[in-house]
Design a protein around this ligand. Sequence first.
Ligand SMILES: [Zn+2]
Length: 158
Amino acid sequence: MILSHSSPRFLLRDNLGKLARELRFLGYDAAIYPHTSFFNALRLAQREKRILLTRSQAEAKTKTEVKCLLIKSNFWSQQLTEIIGLISFQEEFLFSRCAKCNKKLYEIDKSKIISIVPEYICQYHSEFRICRTCGSIYWQGDHYQDIKLRISRLFEEG
Ligand SMILES: [Zn+2]
């Protein structure tokens, strides 16, 4: 079974899609409910015990029991730095959630995806993970190594 961080969990507003992907890469539950009102987002965050991340000062200032944090930067790497005190980099949790839809990933046998994934990928990699919701397949290729390096540096500088 693939483990991921159980807390904190996040709810991000629509315009924080890149940050959500980075959090998911790290293994955090980072939900986005597209085109939902702030009121509804608050309700969902409360129900699902999520920290709400927003780019809107007005939203961040709203009096509510939900923890709302203002994200100031336009850039994902700085955005991640803004909340670095809340999160940690744990190698075993990397790529445990789907970057696209936030669902948990599952291990899948190479023989089952050999017809979908390019041949050279199958030659060089033996471990694959799949999102059972959107069907995305993940493996620890160059892209994975790049993201890992990029993000681990942020934590070192943190
Ligand atoms: Zn997915």
